[in-house]
Ligand binder design. Sequence first.
Ligand code: SF4
Length: 617
Amino acid sequence: MKVQERISQLQSFNVPVDPPDLSSFSREDVARLRNTVERWRSEPAALLTMLLEIQEIWGYLPERGLEYVGYALQVPRVDLFAILNFYDLLYSAPPGHRVGLCMNTPCAVRGGEQTAKILRHAFERRPGLGFNLEEIPCQGCCDLAPVAVVGGSPRRLLPAAASRLAQSLVEGRLNRQPRMETGGQVHLTPTRVAYRNLHHPDAHRLETFRAHGGYTTLERVVRTSSADAVISAVTESGLLGAGGAGFPAGRKWATVRKAPGAEKFIVVNADEGEPGTFKDRPILERDPHLLIEGTALAAHAVGASQGFIYLRGEYRLARERLAAALAEAREAGFLGASVAGTSYSFDLQLRVGAGSYVAGDETAMLESLEGRPALPRVKPPFPSDHGLFGRPTLVNNVETLAAIPTILEKGPAWYHGLGRNWSPGLKVYCLSGDVARPGNYELPRGVTARELIFTYGGGLRGKKSLKAFLVGGASGGFLPPEELDIPLEIAPLRAKGVDLGSGAVVVVGAQHCLLDLARRESRFFAKESCGACDPCRLGTPALVKELERLVDPQVRSHAEARIRELGTVLHDSSRCGLGQVAANPLLSVLTHFPDEVMAHTPGRCPVGVCGRRPRKV
Ligand code: SF4
């Protein structure tokens, strides 16, 4: 290493003393940079949000701009560059004309690969135009699959429309579309617990929310109910966390309530990123006041005076609507120093993530809010004792909190009774893939897969036959048609080696290759692993490698044994949920579809997908 390089490396660990030279920027851009830094500098947990706003000035984060942030905030250069390198939505160079395509299972089964091929071919013929085709993570609108992101907005892009879009792009004819609501189809039960006013065109505005009884529960509860009474009601309702772990909400709240400390926080996990999951997006875009009311009620119960909504960076319309709704709620006295005219004080702020799947882990999210890369913490201590800035913190998912106003309005027994058999209440199931009516379905917990897919979803599209259904998204597993009568609830699914997770169900028709789909999920985890612990850092790419060996009959049994061994190691010794579930999709294929695996040989796939040689299905 040259001496000068070594010196600058050492200097990067120091807090900057002098301001950087900004003379290469225009005066307007420098003014915007300074204003943005000034606006956010005193706000806790705002570094990522600030960087994303600065990025809007140039379309990326130039080195000098980042150095100015370091100088103004007195943050070492090395820390800022670690953040820049960690998050996918922060760019160190102009990103060019980006067209993003999702390749996860819901998009793959709806023709995402053919769409990609057509666009790639069109862009390669005109390399001078600088179009970049990028594989992007699930965008949280799988009912639109296959999903492309053009000009920052997601849209459905079926293979039949791909050539037309490519032509419009290369000719510069594509108008930027206004941001559209992407939550797509939401099928409401008469109970409307998590979704209340979705079908009203102005549901996101305070006036409409109030006209439908919004904030009346908050007004009543903060005036008349003790925190203990609220926690008892939530416990009795049996409400389970809807983010994936399914932990009883009342028990979590009671732990935070009892934790010692005068200052407590609440963090809303709105970083919906599990492939196949798109249930929170419509709440955020169309019913943001419902979430704010539920969060204020939760904060009242646990004794938090400050809260943060950690929103997925890709959810741009949700960001606009949430920011407006928070301002409206503050203005109307439902947030702030005197909530609903009482002595109860609570404020809620919006913070934006910057593209990291692992940030959905609750402790990684806290790291991100504290202005660092989203690396999961070792537990214990748990966030309920030692969370944001070391204070007791309640972390709950959007769907969980959106259910609170209705539970407190209609009573815990009413809510509990909505479930089936042993399961309490309702769950929003995200149905996508080869199904006639994809969308979000709020149904009794414990509804069977058959009812969801055939009664509500209208069965398979295009007279296809069912090969499998993926439950729980990338972290879940594939089940065969013989399991259609399984209740979509935590315990019965676990008995089959599958997690309900956030409630995603992806329907897979007979024309698809399950090894190909398991390969996509395994690659996804290998890419998203943050590398903080060895089992996951080394184990996730090893899984992909062993999967490739499954097609060779000579080494298949050895590869299968290695995959099962890796699955155990990942599950038992990974630090966070990503590593713990990374082998699930592949293991489910080995367990439930051994014939499909055996039918593969090098260069041959039984349905002509991964190893070619098509065979009619
Ligand atoms: Fe990071 Fe994977 Fe370890 Fe989670 S399990 S902390 S994603 S390396």
